[in-house]
Design a protein around this ligand. Structure first.
Ligand SMILES: C[S@@+](CC[C@H](N)C(=O)[O-])C[C@H]1O[C@@H](n2cnc3c(N)ncnc32)[C@H](O)[C@@H]1O
Length: 364
């Protein structure tokens, strides 16, 4: 192993181990990995969560009017990291029918548990906090959405570098993150504080979501572009607000047992606080929002190989050409399909000049 890869591994390993502080083991139905401290996501993997994620996906699409922010053109290999129910992956397959779509998640979605692999995408069970099970440059478009409650602060740079590794040079990486609902009144503020306290014991800082652009730049991405939004929560936000209201309060109700287990809070107090936040939002006294942070960037293209062969011109090579042709080619093996071009130049006038010289020398 070359010395520099040993050094790099050591650095990554240090970041990983420092990122997982001792936290109280949590029992979260459908997520044995939380108990094992390999993943930190504290919402159960059950039908209510699946429906919540699909609703949330719908609200995001309604609000932004798109599933795709990066300027991708006909990507052939797409990866969705933390793919959840697979809704985004399926819609990307519909949008780019020729693409091979892969979804990766630490938990197997209920639909796949019941019916096996879907036809639209290939599901791979893996943990994004561990080395990704794909060779370098495997995808043209890598997307990761809403892991701000699952990735420890110190591991963000490691995770984004891993996404860069599996993205082909010239391909795009897109990160879509959020923060907990704010501006919803004191009960919401209390839930926000408890939420941060709970995941904080696992090294997670919820506010890291707003740094997605910086993570991409630090990982070496170029053309990094950032966008943000604020999804309304509650009736003031129309259809999106109504959906986000259902999303957020279902989410908090699903997290409540983890708040009780992880922080030792009184169950009734937690439930009453959630009910109060719900009442505040629906009373119209507060206009709560869920901040959204979007960033996308491109893996730079390196390693273009060019060559010149069987040179037919004296000013390029000192030997006379056999063919009278010059071949000039360039290639970039990571782009899919591999991009090679070949230019054949016939130096006709030079060969004519050579022939004339030869004729003069031989007197013919
Ligand atoms: C809020 S959901 C978002 C799902 C999907 N990206 C979406 O936007 O609908 C977070 C997802 O991250 C997954 N997750 C949490 N920790 C993970 C990890 N360490 N590795 C891979 N997936 C993880 C969870 O299982 C869950 O499906």
């Amino acid at each position: 192993m070359p010395w520099f890869s040993w050094w790099r591994r050591k650095k990554n390993a240090a970041a990983s181990s420092a990122a997982v502080p001792a936290a109280r083991p949590l029992y979260v139905p459908g997520r044995e990995t939380v108990t094992a401290a390999e993943s930190h996501y504290v919402i159960p993997n059950d039908l209510r969560e699946a429906n919540r994620l699909d609703l949330q996906h719908f609200a995001l699409h309604e609000y932004f009017g798109t599933n795709v922010f990066a300027p991708v053109h006909n990507p052939q290999r797409i990866l969705d990291v933390a793919s959840g129910t697979g809704r985004w992956a399926k819609e990307l397959k519909a949008q780019f029918p020729a693409a091979q779509v892969t979804g990766l998640d630490v938990s197997v979605p209920l639909e796949i548990q019941e019916h096996g692999q879907p036809s639209e995408y290939t599901f791979v069970q893996a943990n994004v906090l561990e080395p990704l099970p794909f060779p370098d440059a495997s995808f043209d478009y890598v997307h990761m959405r809403f892991v701000f409650t699952a990735v420890p602060a110190q591991q963000w740079p490691v995770v984004v570098r891993a996404l860069m590794r599996v993205t082909a040079p010239g391909g795009w990486i897109e990160l879509v993150e959020a923060y907990l609902p704010t501006e919803g009144g004191p009960a919401f503020a209390q839930l926000e504080a408890w939420g941060q306290q709970l995941v904080g014991s696992r090294g997670i800082e919820l506010a890291q979501g707003r740094n997605v652009g910086q993570f991409l730049r630090e990982a070496g991405a170029t053309s990094v572009t950032e966008r943000s939004g604020a999804l309304p929560i509650g009736p003031y936000g129309g259809r999106v607000g109504q959906i986000m209201g259902m999303d957020i309060f279902t989410g908090y109700r699903l997290v409540a047992p983890a708040l009780v287990q992880g922080l030792g809070l009184d169950r009734r107090l937690v439930n009453e606080t959630i009910a109060q936040a719900d009442a505040d939002v629906y009373s119209g006294n507060y206009q709560a929002i869920m901040p959204i942070y979007i960033a996308f960037g491109q893996r730079p293209i390196h390693g273009i190989v060019c060559f010149v062969a069987d040179v037919g011109a004296r000013f390029i090579a000192p030997w006379p050409s056999r063919t009278g042709f010059t071949f000039f080619g360039c290639g970039q093996r990571y782009v899919y399909p591999p991009l090679f071009f070949l230019i054949v130049i016939k130096y006709k006038h030079i060969n004519q000049h050579q022939n004339k010289n030869t004729q003069e020398k031989t007197g013919s």
